[in-house]
Design a protein around this ligand. Structure first.
Ligand SMILES: *Cc1c(COP(=O)(O)O)cnc(C)c1O
Length: 423
């Protein structure tokens, strides 16, 4: 759907721009058409009412930028689900059964994001290994099986989601370390799918753990597309796999998928709301978002990898073409190897000729109206997993742009760079 697909949307947009420039009252009199009022169906614009700035997301599926926009069919399913109360447990169960079938795994549950799935999955393993676990976690687990094996290079900020269950990490580096690390306290073997380093392969990780009867968890939160990853890792043998709902799948931001072994998914459900005395009580996913997650999976499975990649490449190419004759500018599209595996546009230029740093370009685009957020790897060595960036690069994440926004980004980049070239 085009962002400017109706006159109303177009006028809504241009009024927003002009209002910001203090010109709204002037144009109101020039505009022959009466100002459109929001219909009841559209609802009131609470971003405007609250004074919250809407942004153009040229970054990617970042949590701080509210990740993704649900496709229109998903938005409609969410709005419709809001109209009827249901029994929460029944919705959770039936949504899970439907997802398991579509995603070719034994069991599934919609969680409040991938981080919540990490907690619920760990809680599930604790519950299968120790009967009183739902009540005991996280403070009363002394004496429980609670060691989680992990490669040293797979430690990350989301560790906290597992630690919420009272576990203790045990780090390994080599395959020999790993084989020697199993004991009667070992609960789980955790794997970070997009880790850039690590000596132990997925296959070895699973093989050795299963020899000891220990389940394996793979955090693949940001690792679609390709679409087939939604079943690749469970079929490879991981007992639990999580994906974020609000990233590439474009579901609600506070939803996610926990997929895997039937008994573990059942144990995850015991640790989830509507039950009270468990770690998952504060991880409620409302009926609207459960439905939104299921609808987003339906939408995502109706896409093709080729179709999505071609669309993202076309956006990158349009921006490249628009910057073609700006002095010294070169660009390249780059597809990160695991997480966010879609074309990103990486732009370089000679800062002797164009006298502005990429970080300052990002700041100018941020301050402008409409406000644009470039990929946070812009002007930095460290930003996004697997992206080749440094102090001299601008990175445009094109995949979360709404139709037409690629050219807004292209024009603003061209203006800022051209101005700095003349200075
Ligand atoms: C984004 C991400 C998460 C958290 O996902 P949410 O759905 O925001 O909870 C967890 N792990 C990894 C590797 C991620 O990239």
């Amino acid at each position: 759907m085009n962002a400017f697909h109706t006159r109303r949307d177009f006028f809504g947009w241009s009024r927003g721009l002009l209002a910001a420039a203090g010109l709204a009252s002037q144009t109101a009199s020039l505009n022959a058409e009466p100002a459109p009022r929001p219909s009841v169906d559209e609802g009131e614009d609470y971003y405007d009412k609250l004074g919250v700035t809407k942004i153009i997301n040229a970054a990617g599926t970042y949590t701080m930028f509210t990740a993704s926009i649900m496709p229109p069919a998903v938005q409609a399913a969410v709005a419709r689900a809001a109209k009827s109360p249901v029994r929460l447990a029944e919705l959770q169960t039936k949504a899970g059964e439907y997802l398991a079938k579509r995603l070719r795994c034994e069991g599934a549950v919609v969680t409040a994001g991938a981080a919540s799935a990490l907690t619920l999955g760990t809680a599930a393993c604790m519950t299968v290994a120790n009967k009183s676990a739902p009540h005991d976690m996280p403070t009363d687990v002394a004496g429980h099986r609670n060691e989680v094996l992990v490669q040293k290079t797979h430690r990350y900020g989301y560790d906290h989601a597992l630690r919420n269950c009272g576990i203790r990490f045990v780090e390994v580096e080599t395959l020999a370390d790993y084989e020697a690390a199993f004991n009667d306290r070992t609960l789980l073997a955790h794997f970070f799918n997009a880790a850039e380093h690590g000596q132990i392969s997925r296959e070895d990780w699973i093989r050795v753990a299963h020899k000891h009867g220990v389940p394996c968890f793979n955090d693949a939160a940001a690792d679609v597309p390709p679409i087939s990853n939604l079943w690749n890792y469970t079929q490879m043998g991981f007992d639990l796999v999580t994906f974020s709902g609000g990233k590439g799948i474009r579901g609600p931001q506070n939803a996610g998928l926990l997929l895997g072994r039937k008994d573990l998914i059942a144990a995850a459900v015991i640790n989830n709301n509507p039950h009270d005395d468990c770690v998952g009580r504060g991880m409620k996913v409302a009926k609207e978002q459960i439905v939104g997650m299921v609808a987003a999976v339906d939408w995502f499975l109706s896409q093709t990898d080729e179709g999505m990649q071609a669309e993202f490449q076309r956006r990158a190419d349009r921006i490249t073409a628009h910057l073609k004759d700006v002095p010294t500018v070169t660009s390249q599209t780059f597809v990160p190897p695991v997480a966010n595996q879609v074309p990103h546009l990486v732009i370089r230029y000679d800062q002797q000729r164009i006298r502005i740093s990429p970080l300052d370009v990002a700041e100018q685009l941020r301050r402008d109206t409409p406000s644009i957020e470039l990929n946070p790897a812009t002007g930095r060595n460290e930003g996004s997993t697997g992206l080749p960036s440094d102090a001299g690069t601008i990175v445009v994440g094109v995949w979360m742009l709404e139709p037409g926004e690629d050219m807004i980004v292209a024009r603003r980049l061209r203006e800022v760079l051209t101005k700095a070239a003349a200075a």
